[in-house]
Design a binder for this molecule. Structure first.
Ligand code: RIB
Length: 292
């Protein structure tokens, strides 16, 4: 069983489904409202645990009802919560999601996720050092991403950076990460002066650009490869990227090749969009293998 540490956000997703998005100044009637656990870090931790990894989450929730629900959800999914702390001086992070026209738009209020600082992460140094791979995203402070990149580099633990939401990162972090997994928009923010094909060639077997329904593009050192996505009828695409990242991390940590790991992760991501909620459709190991 591979050991994975996820350092990242844990939020409550407040999801409104509507037939369309309101225009500026417009009020419309929605169809439903639900609250479900989310946050890119938490989603990746739950997805990896469902795929059979031993997962440690490093994160913060607020000392409120949402925080309690998130911790219970981790435990239900066998994610170890030793390094998940309730902070009493901040509310749990929330993601305000509108589902309309077959896709989502999201506003994240980071709340307690702002307290996932380098000092906080220090408490988990031992477990980080023993991990087969570490996952991190951009819903926690920027200095924490820099710090974790240094720690993983010193400890020779591969780091997967999912640079979402989009923000520029330093060259040092790019060099220190083992894998970087932007979508097309995030890639254009990371590599502003470069064509994406040039960037892929410059970072072979490291930069994986997710292109939604199209699949995932990377450079294998000889040529650019597009590993196609599996076509499915999508109910809710929220969390598909998180499922991809977690499944790729599990597969690559188990020793699969990059291309096979992407194929496995594409399959997991395609299953995840067939149910409502970021974590609702995240598959088990048996479900992915049974469908490959
Ligand atoms: O990646 C999907 C996640 O992004 C949602 O669960 C939401 O919390 C936002 O952070």
């Amino acid at each position: 069983m591979v050991k994975i540490t996820v350092i990242g956000s844990s939020s409550m997703d407040l999801v409104v489904s509507a037939s369309k998005r309101p225009n500026k100044g417009e009020t419309i009637l929605g169809e439903s409202f639900k609250t479900v656990p989310g946050g890119k870090g938490a989603n990746q931790a739950v997805a990896a645990a469902r795929l059979g990894a031993e997962v440690y989450m490093v994160g913060c929730v607020g000392g409120d009802g949402f925080g309690e629900e998130i911790v219970n959800n981790f435990q239900k999914n066998r994610v170890v919560t030793t390094y998940v702390e309730p902070v009493t001086h901040s509310e749990t992070g929330t993601a305000h999601i509108t589902l309309a026209d077959g896709d989502n738009s999201i506003i994240v209020v980071k709340g307690a996720n702002n307290f996932v600082t380098p000092d906080f992460v220090q408490k988990a140094l031992d477990v980080i050092g023993e991990s087969d791979i570490v996952l991190i995203q951009h819903e926690i402070p920027e200095e924490t991403v820099d710090y974790v990149a240094d720690i993983c580099f010193q400890k020779a633990v591969p780091l997967l950076l999912n640079p979402a939401p989009a923000r520029p990162i330093s060259q040092k972090v790019i060099e220190r990460a083992a894998y970087i997994t932007p979508n097309e928009l995030e890639a254009s923010v990371l590599f502003q002066n470069k064509d994406i094909h040039e960037a892929l060639k410059e970072y072979p077997n490291k930069l994986l650009v997710t292109e939604g329904k199209n699949g995932v593009r990377y450079h294998n050192g000889e040529k650019e490869v597009l590993v196609p996505a599996y076509p499915v009828e999508a109910v809710d695409t929220t969390g598909a990227g998180d499922t991809f990242n977690a499944a790729f991390a599990v597969a690559v940590a188990e020793g699969k090749s990059i291309e096979d790991s992407i194929r496995f992760a594409n399959r997991a991501a395609s299953l995840s969009v067939t149910k409502f909620g970021a974590q609702g459709g995240m598959p088990t190991r048996a479900e992915v293998e049974g469908s490959l």
